[in-house]
Ligand binder design. Structure first.
Ligand SMILES: [Zn+2]
Length: 44
């Protein structure tokens, strides 16, 4: 089974929160963005 974040793009640049990590197709980095996750959960 594929994980939710199977499509990752490593740009080598830090996200707006300062994480230097691969980003998914939505442009979100793969580091912990708890607030963002909560946002999504609320949207659903
Ligand atoms: Zn980040």
């Amino acid at each position: 089974m594929l994980a939710e974040g199977d499509k990752l793009f490593f740009t080598g640049k830090a996200c707006k929160r300062g994480h230097v990590s691969p980003h998914n197709e939505h442009g979100d980095c793969t580091q912990r963005h708890v607030m963002r996750l909560a946002e999504r959960r609320d949207a659903v």
